[in-house]
Write a protein that binds this ligand. Structure first.
Ligand code: SF4
Length: 223
């Protein structure tokens, strides 16, 4: 059934793309392989409207991997993860938590930007469960290559991708939970959540709580 579906789709897809079944036969042994092969990925429909695929950034031996939701408008244009407003806030909060982004691998659960066009603007749209599941293939490869000591799930989509189930991020933030493969996953919010809170005491508290979650990484990594 799977094979029949894949062949049916093949008739309507551009010839440059990489079919899910063909991808399964490719050896993805390095992060360079991930970057090269993800360019042609057609495992879900999100490649059709995005500018480019955005894979993770950072070292192959990073002890810490940060996983967000998906590239935003600026990430989609620049081809790099976490370079827009949420990325800049993440950088600030990492610094305040005495963490160095250059020592982390930063990626997203979904590698293509999903959006709705409103006039000239492209408004972020949350990826659905099927898209998260399809793109988990890439996240799996990134994690297998890096073998980090800790993965930080930034927000609900990352949690869903990593744990394979939804949990209440607000209730379980700060906790370290095992993923099905045994990786340790620290649950916290996505920095874009902080950006949506209007300037207020509540916004300051939310930011402080996020930095606190990030600070707990030192103890988990035994730094
Ligand atoms: S979002 Fe992920 S699975 Fe879907 S086409 Fe892009 S890289 Fe492939």
């Amino acid at each position: 059934m799977m094979a029949r579906q894949a062949r049916t789709h093949a008739a309507t897809r551009p010839p440059t793309g990489i079919e899910p079944l063909a991808l399964d036969r490719e050896e993805v042994a390095t992060l360079a392989d991930v970057r090269r092969l993800a360019v042609g990925c057609q495992r879900c429909g999100l490649y059709k409207h995005a500018t480019q695929v955005v894979t993770g950034e950072g070292g192959e031996h990073s002890r810490l991997v940060l996983v967000g939701e998906q590239p935003g408008d600026q990430e989609d244009q620049q081809g790099r993860p976490f370079v827009g407003p949420a990325g800049r806030l993440l950088d600030q909060c990492l610094r305040e938590a005495d963490l160095d982004r250059d020592e982390c691998y930063v990626t997203n659960a979904v590698k293509h930007f999903k959006f709705e066009r409103r006039g000239k603007r492209r408004i972020h749209e949350r990826p659905n469960a099927g898209e998260v599941q399809a793109c988990r293939w890439w996240l799996d490869r990134e994690l297998k290559i890096i073998e980090p000591q800790l993965v930080v799930a930034l927000g609900a989509t990352a949690v869903q991708a990593l744990l394979g189930r939804g949990i209440s991020v607000m209730k379980q933030r700060g906790q370290v939970l095992p993923d099905p493969g045994g990786l340790q996953v620290l649950v916290t919010v996505h920095p874009s959540y902080l950006l949506r809170i209007p300037a207020s005491d509540a916004a300051e508290h939310a930011r402080a709580a996020f930095i606190e979650d990030l600070r707990s990484i030192h103890a988990i990594l035994g730094k």
